[in-house]
Design a protein around this ligand. Sequence first.
Ligand code: SF4
Ligand code: MG
Length: 287
Amino acid sequence: ADYKSDVEPTWCSGCGDFGVVAALTRAYSELGLKPENIVSVSGIGCSSRLPLFVKNYSVHSLHGRAIPVAVGIKLARPDLTVIVETGDGDLFSIGAGHNPHAARRNIDITVICMDNQVYGLTKNQVSPTSREGLYGSLTPYGSIDRPVNPIATMLSYGATFVAQTYAGNLKHMTEVIKQAIQHKGFSFVNVISPCPTFNKVDTFQYYKGKVKDINEQGHDPSDYRKALELAFHDLDHYHDPNAPVPIGVFYKAELETYEDRMQSVKRRYKQVEDVQELIDMCKPKAL
Ligand code: SF4
Ligand code: MG
């Protein structure tokens, strides 16, 4: 099936987000997903337009609020595939209060962050992932903030699938997105997705040749400590011109999901006879 919608993308030519649409629709096709069983949820930003261009149910929600909307959908309809499409600003700035909790609860949704290290829709302001020194319309002397490390952040929040991929490598992106969708639990994919219009530093030209597949180099994603160690080197290239940019699956673990735990609570709830019993259950007690 063709998973592209009839709406033509409105992105600038050369935008990395085109590649993400291509990879996502390929992943849908290769996984044999039905459009009516997929819900895409986005916030606000250039990347958050993505759900319009793909054949699935979609919610273009509020700035930074895609995750709570997606969580609500998943808890009400655990049978659906729920995917958040977001950007570095939407997810790590205004939406930063939501990812830690969806991740630590291991809610079975997939979060795809199109990371262009800039605010594109509002025309060139530095974002949480912008490198130091990046010029923007509000930073004529260059950014003086140190950037967020998306991989290390999501690993420490307890996401059970954490990966990075690159918009210039369709095959890698498709493979990683497929794995993320198939993962049972909270999956996070950071896509390095250049914005040729406003970010004149972190370009396709820049990343070409720098990205290195950590799994091809032997990284075992079940090793959490090693994943963290690799993640700490994710931004080395900002200071060291010879440092590689790691892509691939950093971490993957099969743990009980929030939905599984909800089911077990629901089963126990049915045994409660009256309100007083419930009140007594909420009193402080030893485990
Ligand atoms: Fe893509 Fe940048 Fe254009 Fe937005 S401004 S559509 S991120 S190239
Ligand atoms: Mg951005």
